[in-house]
Design a protein around this ligand. Structure first.
Ligand SMILES: NC(=O)c1ccc[n+]([C@@H]2O[C@H](COP(=O)([O-])OP(=O)(O)OC[C@H]3O[C@@H](n4cnc5c(N)ncnc54)[C@H](O)[C@@H]3O)[C@@H](O)[C@H]2O)c1
Length: 381
C-alpha cells in the first residue's frame, strides 16, 4: 500500500453487507407467457427477497416448466392456460409477458380476479383493446403498469427534468423515432396473429414514450400515418422463411397533432438503408434539446444530449453528460410495480398515460390504411 493509500484508507467507511432473510409472507407472483422477455421478469422477481414465483402459464405445453427449471425456480405450478392458472391460484400480482395480440385477454382476466398486472409493452395492438383493459382496471380497482423500463433510466428522467425546468420554453414541435439499419427481430414479432404490429409497436412505443412522458402526455388529436414492409417481406433482407410469414410493418412514419398546438413528427424502422432516421429533437421557444439515437433503438439515450439556447444574445450549446443509473432497470420496473401493487399506490407507468401512446399507434395504422389524415377518437372510460 502506498503512503497516500495508507492515509486515505483511514477515512474509508467499512461497508458491511447485511443480507437479511425475508421472514414475512411473500408476495405470490404468477407469470403469463414464459418466452424471451419473461426471463428478465423471472430474474428480477428472484432478486426481490419478499416475492416468490408460485405459478406460470404458457400455451405451449412444457414451456413454463422448462423455463422455471432453467432458472432453478422450484415449486412453481405450471399451466397451459392463463384462465386455469388464474382460476386455481391465489396470486397477489401477475406479469403478462405474452406476445402483443395476447396482452388484453390475460390482463382483463387477471383484473376480473382482482389481481394487479405488470403488462409488457406495447400496451396493446389496438386502441379498443387498451380501452377494454382500462375499463376492467377501473372496475377492479387494481393497477395495471405498462412495462416501459426506460422510464427508470436517469437519462430519460433528465429529459423530463429539462423540459419541466422551463429552459426550452413552450414546446411547439418534436421529431422523434429511431431505428436499425438491419434489426428485424423475427420470432413471434413478425406475424399479425402474434405481434399484431411490427416496428411501430415494438420500438415505436419507446420513442413516443420518451417525448410524451417528458411533455406530460398531451392528448393526440389527429394523425397522418404511413407504414411499409419492404425489408421484412423481401428474402434479400430477411431469411426466406421469415419473409414468407412477415405480415406486420417494418417502418412507420407519422405527423401527429397534439393538444396545445404541439406537432409530433415520428418515424421508426426495424430496417432501412441508413444508420438512423434521425435523433430526437424537442423544439421549444427558448431552446431546443437534441437527444442522440442509438444503433439498436430500444428506448435508451445514445450519447450526451445537447441543449441549444441563447445566453445574453449569444447562441450557445450546452452538453449534458450521460447520467449513470445505479442498478438494473428491470429490477426497478419490478420493484416499483410490487410496491405500488401491494401498498395501493399509483401504477409506476399508468395506463392513463400509455393510452395516448396507443392511440397514436392505432391512429397511424388507421391513417395508413385509409391513405389520409384521421381524427383520433378516444372513447370514454
Ligand atoms: N420490455 C422489454 O424490453 C421487452 C423486450 C422484448 C419483448 N417485450 C415484449 O414482451 C412481449 C413478449 O415478447 P417475447 O419476446 O417474450 O415473445 P415470445 O414469443 O418469446 O414469448 C411470448 C410467450 O407467450 C406465450 N403465450 C401467448 N399467449 C399466451 C396466453 N394466452 N397464455 C399463456 N401464454 C401465452 C407464447 O407461447 C410465448 O411462449 C411482447 O409484447 C414484447 O413486445 C418487451
Amino acid at each position: 500500500m502506498s503512503s497516500a493509500d495508507a492515509v486515505l484508507s483511514q477515512f474509508k467507511q467499512e461497508v458491511v453487507e447485511e443480507k437479511k432473510e425475508f421472514t414475512g409472507k411473500k408476495i405470490r407472483v404468477g407469470i403469463i407467457g414464459t418466452g424471451w422477455i419473461a426471463e428478465s421478469h423471472i430474474y428480477s422477481y428472484l432478486n426481490q427477497p419478499d416475492a416468490q414465483i408460485v405459478a406460470a402459464a404458457d400455451i405451449i405445453p412444457g414451456k413454463a416448466e422448462k423455463k422455471m427449471e432453467q432458472f432453478g425456480v422450484e415449486g412453481v405450478r405450471c399451466y397451459t392456460s392463463h384462465q386455469e392458472m388464474l382460476d386455481k391460484e391465489e396470486l397477489d400480482v401477475v406479469s403478462v409477458c405474452t406476445y402483443n395480440t395476447q396482452h388484453a385477454a390475460p390482463t382483463i382476466y387477471a383484473l376480473e380476479k382482482g389481481i394487479p398486472v405488470l403488462l409488457e409493452k406495447p400496451f396493446t395492438v389496438t386502441l379498443d383493446e387498451a380501452v377494454e383493459i382500462m375499463k376492467a382496471e377501473k372496475k377492479s380497482g387494481k393497477i395495471v403498469s405498462v412495462g416501459f423500463q426506460p422510464r427508470f433510466d436517469g437519462n430519460m428522467q433528465m429529459i423530463k427534468k429539462i423540459v419541466e425546468s422551463g429552459v426550452l420554453g413552450d414546446i411547439y414541435y418534436i421529431q422523434t423515432g429511431g431505428g436499425r439499419r438491419r434489426g428485424i427481430p423475427g420470432s413471434t414479432f413478425i406475424e399479425k396473429s402474434t405481434g399484431g404490429i411490427g416496428a411501430l409497436g415494438d420500438i415505436g412505443c419507446y420513442s413516443l414514450d420518451m417525448v410524451l412522458n417528458a411533455i406530460g402526455y398531451p392528448k393526440p388529436l389527429t394523425v397522418s400515418g404511413y407504414t411499409s414492409d419492404f425489408f421484412g417481406t423481401s428474402s434479400e433482407y430477411s431469411p426466406e422463411e421469415d419473409a414468407k410469414r412477415f405480415s406486420v410493418d417494418d417502418f412507420a412514419a407519422a405527423f401527429v397533432r397534439l393538444e396545445g398546438g404541439i406537432i409530433l413528427d415520428f418515424r421508426i424502422a426495424w430496417a432501412m438503408h441508413v444508420d438512423t432516421p434521425g435523433d430526437t429533437i424537442i423544439f421549444g421557444k427558448k431552446g431546443a434539446l437534441r437527444i442522440p439515437s442509438t444503433d439498436c433503438w430500444n428506448g435508451s439515450v445514445g450519447g450526451e444530449m445537447t441543449l441549444y439556447h441563447d445566453i445574453c444574445g449569444k447562441q450557445t450549446e450546452t452538453k449534458i453528460p450521460l447520467v449513470h443509473t445505479e442498478g438494473d432497470l428491470f429490477d426497478k420496473k419490478i420493484r416499483s410495480f410490487l410496491d405500488a401493487a401491494m401498498n395501493g399506490g399509483a401504477a409506476p407507468v399508468p395506463t392513463s398515460q400509455i393510452l395516448y401512446n396507443q392511440a397514436i399507434i392505432d391512429g397511424i395504422n388507421k391513417s395508413a390504411a385509409a391513405g389520409c389524415e384521421v381524427k383520433i377518437e378516444i372513447p370514454e372510460i
